[in-house]
Design a protein around this ligand. Structure first.
Ligand SMILES: Nc1ncnc2c1ncn2[C@@H]1O[C@H](COP(=O)(O)OP(=O)(O)OP(=O)(O)O)[C@@H](O)[C@H]1O
Ligand SMILES: [Mg+2]
Length: 326
């Protein structure tokens, strides 16, 4: 029997619906349940063939548990190693290299530093910072937001330098990005599942939280939707996320990707609505079953060692060749 486990936090509707859906498919040899975990023995095989992770970003114990599980072949949605390594600023930089439209974005040093950092620790840091160069590049209006955040926390909409410094002073020891504001007419949130399926949801961030998913959207140009779909897939394939939401703000017909590191995306029926909920439950259920039936080895550095093929050290010749090329 291959077990699919769901690991979750406060959410109430998605985890139960997912377990129910998988079990209602009545597939021979597949069974879904909520994960149960206590103390974890290192390298001990995990009883789950697949774990759908909805919470490890908030709970370091779960993240470490999932990495250990991956070592014995558990397929984790999403890859806990990459999720730990990723951040939103890297995402923007990658997108710009991939030809996906993103607003100009700059990374800026923390306003306050973590307690262990003293003046002596900062000798590599330019001081004073060249704020003019940063503002000339990004330009106002702009958004100041964490390089790794969510839930609209510590996001500021700014129109000038004065507003910027007022907001920056409130950002504690967070690492922040400053991003050009998109004057958007349309806004889309897209579920992307299995790096193949995209569900575009018109979204209105100006409405109260529970009404943001637009249930009666106008008709959009097919060309725009096709580009949104293509760009959403490009981003999720490049980042390797099997479950993600990609957000686009559309100005003059150009979809700018502004938030696409959501590996545990909102899937609560009360915010996304019945139809979107149905879609995401169905697609994630099918993806989890597929992964249980046909595990795919992800690109893990040590995978070759576990298969008995120790990674080869580069030969002397190869090293010399490479270094002369530089
Ligand atoms: N560059 C931008 N141009 C226009 N609006 C933006 C931009 N960046 C952020 N916003 C607005 O701020 C909101 C929150 O930003 P963002 O999605 O980046 O943060 P978040 O913390 O991930 O929020 P959430 O969890 O709600 O997605 C967006 O929904 C959008 O309305
Ligand atoms: Mg967002």
């Amino acid at each position: 029997m291959k077990k699919i486990g769901v690991l979750f936090g406060m959410e109430n509707t998605f985890p139960g619906a997912l377990v129910e859906r998988i079990n209602s498919m009545e597939i021979d040899g597949i069974q879904a349940e909520f994960v149960k975990v206590g103390g974890v023995e290192m390298a001990k095989p995990c009883p789950y063939a697949v774990i759908v992770d909805r919470i490890s970003h908030d709970m370091p114990f779960y993240r470490a548990y999932l990495k250990n599980a991956a070592l014995s072949g558990t397929q984790v949605i999403n890859n806990p190693f990459w999720w730990s390594a990723d951040d939103k600023f890297f995402n923007y930089a990658l997108a710009s290299k991939l030809g996906v439209a993103v607003p100009r974005t700059a990374l800026i040093p923390h306003k306050k530093f973590p307690p262990q950092i003293t003046e002596k620790s900062l000798r590599n840091l330019e001081f004073p910072l060249d704020w003019k160069a940063i503002f000339d590049y990004v330009k106002f209006p702009a958004f100041l937001k964490p390089h790794d955040g969510g839930g609209w926390r510590d996001v500021f909409h700014l129109h000038n330098e004065q507003e910027f410094f007022h907001a920056y002073d409130q950002t504690r020891d967070l690492c922040m990005t400053l991003q050009a504001a998109v004057k958007f007419k349309e806004y889309f949130r897209c579920y992307v599942v299995g790096q193949t399926d995209v569900h575009i949801m018109p979204y209105d961030p100006s409405r109260p939280h529970a009404e943001r998913y637009v249930m009666d959207p106008p008709k959009y140009q097919a060309k725009l939707l096709a580009r949104v779909k293509k760009d959403a897939l490009t981003l999720c394939r490049a980042l390797g996320y099997d479950l993600n939401t990609v957000e686009f703000a559309v100005e003059d017909g150009i979809p700018y990707a502004i938030d696409f590191m959501n590996p545990a995306p909102d899937a609560d029926i009360h915010s996304v609505g019945k139809e979107n909920f149905e879609w995401i439950v169905d697609k994630v259920a099918k993806l989890a079953v597929k992964k249980a039936q046909k595990p795919v080895q992800s690109e893990l550095r040590w995978a070759g060692f576990l298969n008995g093929e120790a990674a080869k050290a580069p030969t002397k010749k190869a090293v010399t060749k490479k270094s002369t090329k530089r």
